[in-house]
Design a protein around this ligand. Structure first.
Ligand SMILES: CC(C)(COP(=O)(O)OP(=O)(O)OC[C@H]1O[C@@H](n2cnc3c(N)ncnc32)[C@H](O)[C@@H]1OP(=O)(O)O)[C@@H](O)C(=O)NCCC(=O)NCCS
Ligand SMILES: [Zn+2]
Length: 213
């Protein structure tokens, strides 16, 4: 059987500000540095999902979950979030915040579709020739949507490998990485990459007021 992955989604409006209490000092610093309230809310919601789901899994209070955000490049706490015992990937864009949990290395990416995105400008450095040709068949909103699908697939891969946007976006998906598109409604596109030889078994959860039932 393929690798199991749990993907949890929440709407940014579901953020609960009292969950700030569960944050560590690094996270409180990150939170304070955001200028826009919506960025602050998305970050807080991502941390809340991570802390509550990992806490429930290992019978810990959310505040007792130890998270490491050290950047592999520079050592500052803005890297891929890690914890002992489970692989994670956090993503936020537009109205949505998502976190993937697995025993395999994962990358999750969501993007809100921007109808005004400069598809051709970005496509030149980020898409393969065949992807650019395929996109050339579309116009307007549909072109933006299809571009966003490609983009999230690529971001999911570079988030799984940990390279981030330094990774080669024009490269084919490396062998040993499974990529899957996830359905998240008309306004956003999302994709999941899993380091595995078989397609993953994905279970989706809605992170709500009483998420852990
Ligand atoms: C990681 C990256 C692909 C995220 O893309 P994005 O679409 O803007 O943002 P998303 O919301 O989807 O993802 C953000 C999350 O990715 C995670 N992340 C950060 N760096 C990451 C990396 N190198 N690989 C995988 N995940 C990473 C974090 O958990 C972050 O969320 P959090 O800080 O709230 O916990 C992009 O920001 C990037 O490439 N960053 C690294 C660039 C770099 O080289 N930095 C070095 C600076 S010294
Ligand atoms: Zn860094």
């Amino acid at each position: 059987m393929g690798a199991g992955v749990e993907v949890w989604w929440a709407g940014v409006g579901e953020v609960r500000r009292e969950c700030v209490e569960d944050l560590d000092s690094v996270e409180r610093g990150r939170l304070a540095a955001y200028v826009r309230e919506v960025d602050r809310d998305r970050f807080l919601l991502g941390v809340t999902i991570v802390r509550q789901v990992v806490g429930a899994r290992f019978s810990l209070l959310p505040a007792s979950v130890r998270l490491d955000r050290t950047c592999a490049e520079c050592g500052k706490p803005h890297g891929k979030v890690r914890t002992d015992g489970v692989e994670l990937s956090v993503t936020h864009s537009g109205d949505l915040v998502g976190v993937a949990f697995s025993d395999r290395v994962v990358g999750l990416d969501v993007e809100k579709v921007d109808p005004g995105v400069d598809v051709d400008g970005i496509a030149r450095f980020a898409l393969t020739n065949s992807e650019q040709q395929e996109l050339g068949k579309y116009e307007g909103l549909e072109k933006a949507q299809r571009f966003t699908t490609y983009w999230t697939r690529k971001e999911a891969v570079v988030k799984a490998t940990g390279e981030g946007l330094r990774g080669d976006l024009q490269a084919e998906v490396p062998k040993g990485i499974q990529v899957r598109e996830l359905e998240v409604g008309v306004n956003h596109r999302a994709a999941l990459a899993v380091v595995a030889d078989e397609p993953p078994v994905v279970r989706t959860f809605r992170f709500g007021a009483d998420p852990l039932r």
